[in-house]
Design a protein around this ligand. Structure first.
Ligand code: ADP
Ligand code: MG
Length: 506
């Protein structure tokens, strides 16, 4: 093969407590679409942030056309012909399409005013190139997600980018919009642009990529031509087996005749999931397995009342309930530890103690006054039993490590005296030691008779911690595994088999 356009050599990155990248080396060639896949937390985004100058390169080397380069900031990266399209986008809502594309480059030459006519005409041409015949004076805030993405791509084109990185570009697009995206990716490829395509969706990788690299736990596991890999092979590389991870065994298993504390029948949310039925027993950990984006979080959000259900029934302790808001759920002793604890679970600028009492302020309020003493007592208690490492209960949560933040979220929900806990990615982004402590807590909770729904993209964790596993794909339940049958192979074959049935031509 020719000389790579871009070579990464032994790239490493360590965050406090997390080795996010560990000696990653990948070559990218001219005009190739190179897929990067891996589970949540594999290090894909971190790698791309290093490439695009968001993080400073600390370990390893980057070569462009065989020349070692220094990328210190996003401008360096752009000047080297690289553009990254982040999931969150980098656009300014209050400005027009044209202004965003040419942001920072609208110079007045010799006191002359900006030639808006020309700027707008160029922006219009670029937008047409990416498939949208649209007025370039429209404001970003009035665009759809797909249109915003195309503005980002148009911007990349305006920089004559030779390498375009797309981080999970299809996550929020409709099927039709994905088709347009692929059309653009193909035309970029024809122009000799190299596209780095990060995705969880293997169907897309098989459709659009020439080669694919799999990452896991900060390591590059494999890079292969798309014709040489199978879906199963990629998934095996993605999932792997973590030998060093310890999962504490549980003393007792839930009895077969343990009462059913939560039951879902035929839940449906239009276009998101349907036909979702499951039963959760007392003292049980019920795992939900699936690829990221399979709809597990959405299902649980709806069960919890954070989103609306279009159809279906929920029963708690055998009685039908109508849960319309998270408050209704809390009243029924349900708790939901969200995936994104930073955004939904915790008030980062607020103290450990207030975060713990937050979901149950009523319990420490008398005649409308908060009993601070009681609040402190409760906090001290939980900090002790959950072994939260914090200098004091007055510490603001933002200063705690990820694992300790997670324990505060757990404390908060335990204080609501919940019986059923939904844990969504409870160990994501926390270090191995804190993970083990969370596993012990899970065991302790079910031993005490609480029931847990566990969503995790960490397959070994999910398999080891669950008594039973529901396999979810594409908003549907594909099967259920119990006891000895809970294996990665079985989970994957349920996903694969049904997937092929549904999409025979893929
Ligand atoms: P991916 O994009 O493959 O899901 P990331 O690159 O986002 O993975 O994350 C890799 C690892 O680094 C994860 O364990 C994640 O929790 C951690 N991580 C990512 N960004 C940060 C950060 N800013 N601070 C601390 N840890 C981080
Ligand atoms: Mg990512």
């Amino acid at each position: 093969m020719d000389q790579p356009v871009l070579s990464l050599r032994k790239i490493g990155k360590t965050f406090p407590g997390v080795r996010a990248l560990n000696g990653v080396s990948i070559d990218f060639y001219k005009g190739e679409v190179h897929g990067i896949v891996g589970e949540n937390g594999a290090g894909k985004s971190t790698l791309m942030k290093i490439l695009s100058g968001v993080y400073t390169l600390e370990e390893g080397e980057i070569y462009i056309d065989g020349q070692k380069v220094d990328i210190r900031n996003p401008m360096d990266s752009l000047n080297l012909g690289q553009s990254i399209i982040f999931q969150e986008f980098n656009l300014i809502d209050a400005l027009s399409i044209a202004e965003n594309i040419y942001l920072g480059r609208l110079s007045r030459k010799k006191g002359k005013p900006i030639d808006w006519k020309q700027v707008n005409a160029q922006a219009k041409a670029l937008m047409r190139e990416v498939g949208y015949d649209i007025d370039p004076r429209m404001l970003i805030r009035d665009l759809s997600v797909a249109q915003k993405q195309m503005v980002e791509i148009a911007k990349a084109l305006s920089f004559n980018a030779r390498i375009i990185i797309m981080d999970e570009p299809s996550a929020t697009l409709t099927t039709k919009e994905v088709e347009n995206l692929f059309r653009i990716v193909r035309s970029l490829k024809e122009k000799g642009v190299s596209v780095i395509y990060i995705s969880h969706k293997l169907e897309e990788v098989f459709e659009i990529c020439d080669r694919v690299s799999v990452m896991r736990d900060g390591n590059l596991i494999s890079t292969r031509g798309i014709a040489e890999v199978t879906r199963r092979g990629i998934i095996e590389d993605m999932v792997g087996r973590k030998v060093e991870q310890e999962y504490p065994p549980r003393e007792k298993k839930p009895a077969d005749d343990a009462p059913i504390v939560l039951e879902a029948r035929n839940l449906k949310r239009e276009g998101v999931f349907e036909n979702i039925s499951f039963k959760l027993r007392r003292g049980e950990v019920l795992g939900f397995a699936g690829l990221v984006g399979s709809g597990r979080t959405e299902i649980m959000r709806a069960v919890f009342g954070a989103d609306k259900l279009d159809a279906g029934e929920v029963f708690i302790n055998g009685a039908p309930v109508r849960i319309k808001t998270p408050d209704d759920s809390i009243a029924h002793h349900l708790a939901f530890l969200t995936e994104d604890r930073k955004q939904q679970g915790l008030l980062l600028q607020v103290s450990v103690s207030r975060n713990i009492s937050l979901a149950n302020l009523g319990a420490i309020t008398r005649h409308g006054f908060l009993n601070f003493k009681a609040e402190r007592r409760v906090a001290e208690e939980y900090v002790r039993t959950l072994q939260v490492k914090t200098p004091s209960i007055n510490q603001r949560v933002i200063f705690l490590s990820g694992g300790n933040q997670q324990k505060v979220v757990l404390a908060k929900w335990l204080y609501t005296s919940c019986d059923i806990l939904i844990l969504d990615e409870p160990t994501r982004g926390i270090d191995v030691g804190a993970k083990a402590e969370i596993y012990h807590l899970i065991n302790q909770l079910v031993d005490e008779g609480k029931s847990i729904i566990l969503i995790s993209s960490d397959m070994p964790e999910l398999l080891a911690m669950s008594d039973r596993v529901m396999v979810v794909y594409n908003g549907r339940i594909k099967g259920e595994l119990d006891g000895e049958d809970i294996t990665a192979d079985n989970v994957m074959s349920m996903i694969l088999q049904k997937q092929e049935e549904e999409n025979p031509c893929m």
